[in-house]
Design a protein around this ligand. Structure first.
Ligand code: MN3
Length: 223
């Protein structure tokens, strides 16, 4: 009996290892760390329900289509036209949120001189960059994301995508590597800001992790 039980547990663990693909990393700060700009309840629901849900549904959708061995998220996104809608929505949802959590911080950070120079060269000034970005984010109809990306020619560009799409996807009209992404789904701001998306977009600049943007920028340049 004992042996059977152990074999069973062993098998369960093995199956788990074989089919478990994507997991959720811990949030790099507490739920209330970003207050007053993003409230604790929004963070908790966003992280533990929405993001966790995308991961579960991604794993399920991969399993259902016999693609449970696809464990390279970037490769999936780069070839998303070969996957079904459930995988598109949930792979995007997982990637976008993992990126997003790291792009926020309760610490006050600012762009390095180097990154600031690149932003100023591309957009005129830091304020013009923020205005341009917020305009793109505010005018994205319905749910989606606004992005600062590095394009193929190593230039910076601002773009937005619907739903959980992102510029890494082969179906995206504007392609590039995201270095900053802001979630403009209502679930990201509705409890505190209700319909006032522009107010959320003003507030969020207080908690952007510019060290992370810089890191993403450098990584994107070497790709
Ligand atoms: Mn979200």
């Amino acid at each position: 009996m004992k042996t059977t039980l152990f074999t069973l547990i062993g098998l369960l663990l093995l199956t788990n290892v074989l089919v478990a693909q994507f997991t959720q990393k811990p949030l790099p700060y507490s739920y209330n760390a970003l207050e007053p700009y993003i409230d604790a309840q929004t963070m908790e629901i966003h992280y533990s329900k929405h993001h966790a849900g995308y991961i579960n549904n991604l794993n399920k959708a991969l399993q259902e289509t016999g693609q449970e061995n696809s464990n390279n998220l970037i490769a999936i996104l780069n070839n998303i036209s070969n996957y079904n809608t459930a995988i598109r929505n949930n792979a995007g949802g997982h990637y976008n949120h993992e990126l997003f959590w790291n792009l926020l911080t309760p610490e006050k950070t600012k762009p390095s001189d180097n990154l600031l120079k690149v932003i100023e060269k591309e957009f005129g000034s830091f304020d013009e960059f923020k205005n341009h970005f917020n305009k793109e984010a505010a005018s994205r109809f319905g749910s989606g994301w606004a992005w600062l990306i590095v394009t193929e020619g190593n230039k910076l560009a601002i773009t937005s995508t619907p739903n959980q799409d992102n510029p890494l996807m082969d179906i995206s009209t504007v392609k590039g590597i995201p270095i900053l992404g802001i979630d403009v789904w209502e679930h990201a701001y509705y409890l505190k800001y209700q319909n006032r998306r522009p107010e959320y977009l003003q507030a969020i600049w207080n908690i952007i992790n510019w060290e992370e943007v810089e890191k993403n920028y450098k990584n994107a340049l070497t790709k």
